[in-house]
Design a protein around this ligand. Structure first.
Ligand code: 2AM
Length: 185
């Protein structure tokens, strides 16, 4: 089964993003915009994982997530991989607390469980809003959204998600673990 771990922002925060991009959806040739109910911030992509690995994977992810505090975040800035000029993935970026340590722990836990880690790229927290099959100049899109400022929000939990491939990719949440309370509160 194809698995990844992700944070899903609160609905109000997704509403803001949805309103910001609405004038652009369907307007850029070649860009496909996934349904809003699939939006997430990937912490680790584990690729195809044998079903037998799942119990150990879940136990290790639960332990990893518990060790990290909730994160205070804000969506700030849009961009594209690999660059706005040669964009394949159009995303909303994040600022606030760093998600890197949490992502590192989640990926390390998955590796130890034996999940086939296909995601060796440097972690760059983002929420994918659109994808292109070929490199597309997304500079006008990125620039037209440069004034966006989202509301602060708190990441409180991490989900393990199964991706069902097919003509219409479907995500199934398999488990969710709460992050530790903040010591700053
Ligand atoms: P993306 O949003 O930047 O495309 C499910 O596919 C999630 O895992 C997506 O959010 C995707 O990131 C992420 N992911 C990371 N590496 C991936 C890979 N090699 N193949 C598919 N998805 C990957």
């Amino acid at each position: 089964m194809r698995l990844f771990a992700a944070v899903v922002p609160p609905a109000e925060v997704l509403d803001e993003l949805e309103r910001a991009i609405a004038p652009h959806v369907g307007q850029v040739p070649g860009l496909r915009w996934p349904d809003r109910d699939t939006w997430h911030i990937t912490l680790g992509f584990f690729g195809e994982v044998p079903e037998g690995v799942l119990p150990d994977l879940e136990a290790r992810l639960a332990r990893a997530v518990r060790r990290h505090e909730v994160l205070d975040l804000v969506f700030a800035g849009f961009g594209a991989f690999s660059s706005a000029r040669r964009g394949r993935v159009f995303w909303a970026g994040l600022s606030g607390d760093s998600m890197t340590r949490l992502a590192d722990s989640v990926r390390a836990g998955a590796r130890r469980a034996g999940a086939a880690q296909t995601d060796g790229k440097r972690f760059h927290p983002h929420l994918t809003l659109a994808r292109a099959r070929t490199e597309t100049d997304l500079r006008p899109l990125v620039e037209s959204l440069s004034g966006f400022a989202g509301s602060p929000w708190r990441a409180e939990a991490v989900r393990l998600v199964r991706s069902h491939q097919g003509p219409h990719v479907r995500y199934e949440s398999l488990a969710e673990w709460a992050l530790a309370p903040s010591r700053r509160d």
